[in-house]
Write a protein that binds this ligand. Sequence first.
Ligand code: EPZ
Length: 420
Amino acid sequence: MEKFIIQGNTRLVGEVEIIGAKNAAVAILPATLLINGITTLENVPNISDVKIICTILTALGAVVTWNNEHTVVVDTRHLNSANAPLEMTSKFRASYYLLGALLGRRGNAEVGLPGGCNLGARPIDQHIKGFEALGATIIDEQGKINASAKKLIGSPIYFDVVSVGATINLILASVLAEGTTVLNNVAKEPHIVDLANFLTSVGADIRGAGTDTIKINGVSELSGNHTYSIVPDQIETGTFMIAALASKGDILIKNCIYEHMDSLSAKIIEMGGKIENLGDSMRVSCDRELQATNIKTLPYPGFPTDLQPQIAVALSIANGTSIINENIWSSRFQYTSELNKMGAKITAQGTTAIIEGVNKLIGAPLYATDLRAGAALLIASIIADGSSELYNIHYIDRGYEHIEDKFRKLGAKIERIDKE
Ligand code: EPZ
């Protein structure tokens, strides 16, 4: 079983380059299916979720070529299927974007149910509600979803809950629909705005991305032969900001967007960290004891749930007691039992965790329970006394590219053991 072996007691110092956003790339790659042409995407993260999506696009008849590690050319002029098989779609969450893209392009789709991190119930009722509002017929059978529509007709849609996935899926399904779609109570994450920017760049008529309401006027077609660069990853940026704080280090984070990090920046400053806005980069450092604070995860621009495990590591060694309220997912504290093996004092009950700060963490054998928990346990191992072994690191590879190389360049002592 693949694992990392980490020697602890490291203060992270140096610079790191942020890659393109996973949660934008896994939406924009399916969006290329809406174009009958060739699209070039730059700053694409070379991570396993993206590689799986590229395999599915190829299975649908697209020609996918990697020009270099971060540039992908997608030729969607000869699609020959609208069937994305379960054995591929179940490997990650974002496969359900194929429903919106194939419905929009071909008027039908058969997509295996998505997989993704185990964070508790992950329903897709809002996606289905939206597709049906546009006139699609949805049949949910034996682990796959069949969607079909003679014609998609624009419609007002009011989401019961703020959902990144449903917002993205309905943008995909409505850009080529007839008439106007108004999406209300939508998600406002940077990756939603990036998808809308991409689609606008190829001829879609979308207004309001980043606000509570998105208005889409259907167009007859989108144009090929465009190049688009994926937005820097907000969650990778936050992961390294927290690593600087927790290790009392000093990291220059390059190719990031300062304004996307406001809710985390405020917490880092509350806890005793320092942040310098340097335009397309930022410097995060900490030279003092960390102070406890409270965290409530919320849809953007609130504190991102995808940074909740990481900030918990810094809170576990802060002075005082902190409380985390996880308001997005019903089961996102599984990692706390791993941190408690390291000497942390965390009591997690339902969607609340109480963290009593301790002086230090002690290295231990650890098991990542999902992508962001894996990143959190990696940070914990880097700052702990002694050595740790971190298993299930395939979760981390889903969303972070060459993560051990990036941390090694900052001084961490990490070894990837491929086979035991
Ligand atoms: C996306 O998941 C991200 N994944 C998640 O990041 C992230 O945690 C989440 O958004 C919230 O920001 C990708 O973008 C691939 P949601 P998604 O739909 O779209 C409820 C990572 O680490 N809901 O915004 O699945 C749902 O149960 C991953 O990169 C419904 O009730 O999340 C949850 O409570 C982990 N019905 C809330 O909405 C629906 O139809 C937010 O879910 C859809 C969602």
